[in-house]
Design a protein around this ligand. Sequence first.
Ligand code: NAP
Ligand code: HSE
Length: 428
Amino acid sequence: MAAQVNIVLLGLGVVGGGVAGALRERADTYSQRVGASLALRRVLVRHLDKERAVKLDPSLLTDDAEEAVSGDVDIVVELLGGEHPAYGLIRDALSRGRYVVTANKEVMAKHGPELLSLAAEKGVDILYEASVGGGIPIISPLKRDLSANEISSVRAIINGTTNYILTRMSRDGLDFATALAQAQQLGYAEADPTNDIDGHDAAYKLAILASLAFHTHIGPDDIRREGISGLAARDFRYARELGYAIKLLAVARREGSSLQVRVHPTLVPEEQLLAKVDGVLNAVQIEGDLSGRVLFQGAGAGSLPTTSAVMADVLDAARAIVQGGRPFPWRYTDEVAIKPLAELVTRYYIRLEVVDRPGVLAGIARAFGDHEVSIASVIQKETDEAAQTAELVIMTHPAREEAVQATAVQVRDLPEVVSIGNLLRVDD
Ligand code: NAP
Ligand code: HSE
């Protein structure tokens, strides 16, 4: 039995700092739980002289990746972020027969199957609980606790930055740019928030969740993605009047033998639990045929919640090293086709700016009728008397995406239509 498990930390930022602090401050507890001491042997950083919240012996720090991973290492904990050099370092660690723990959704979404099979070949594992939902346990429940189910859907709010922005737009009537600036001031959004705002971060996370839920590989390119920058404060007001919240929803749903996988702003009925998940919180709702509906909710980011998830994986890997065996080895077993978004059937919210004169509605209704898109309700909202325009909010009955998009093209070309303000999907 190993008396000591040697750990290398790649990255000492928000999450790495939390993990280094936990390893130091909880050393006795962890060694009792594992049956061996956990020794932090080396920490890879980019800037050796940077001031850090966690004070470590400076001799542990290196900016040389090869030096960081050389020598007697049992577990490599990758907390650098981004695809490169993280992917290469993870591959290298697995190739050398080391366990890997990572919080890196981009690497796992793009290269998960290859890394998992490399780990299996080498008799080790790669664990990635922190890659989705920060402190929310979700990877492990999908791999183990729900594995006896046929899962029919995963619906999730898995980006804290955008959920904060949408909550401020909805509650306080802020426009998108102001809400984003506040998210940046509070440190939620990064200096370059593109990955969050455009839905890439949520798509990486959905790829990971859907791959586990449906036992197949779903890559980021399989996911249809739209971001939140086109939303206006009045969309939230109108949606609320209709009984909906607007969320950046990540959805993976089984339909027959194929899967819908998509991330976009979505109208969610206000009475649903997901509609009430506000601020930086994340939530994942799963429907299993045996378990029924289960909801996981909590802090989707932040140093300590993410440290909780990373350290759980470190402890699992350390136990496997000390006691033998591997923690939840995972295999993709199923082939599932991805359903094109054009075939989606759902209800739609469409906001239009139109010329305010008699007969306008008839032309618009004809365009919907031409594509067999049935209108459920039309509400006339604000009227701009000076410009002689009005705003219409149309809710459809369930319709095919491609028919709705064709309707939108025809409507946009009508002389009485000034613009299509927004076209959003509803997820009842
Ligand atoms: P971060 O604060 O930016 O820290 C990154 C760390 O990696 C820094 O210590 C940086 O060194 C080091 N680093 C980056 N590139 C490097 C390179 N090429 N060579 C050497 N060192 C390098 O990032 P984070 O927020 O801790 O995120 C780490 C990972 O956790 C990411 O995959 C992220 O997606 C994931 N995650 C984060 C959160 C969160 O709340 N922050 C939540 C869930 C998952 P310096 O310090 O010297 O610059
Ligand atoms: N940028 C991510 C978010 C951090 O806002 O949710 C956690 O992955």
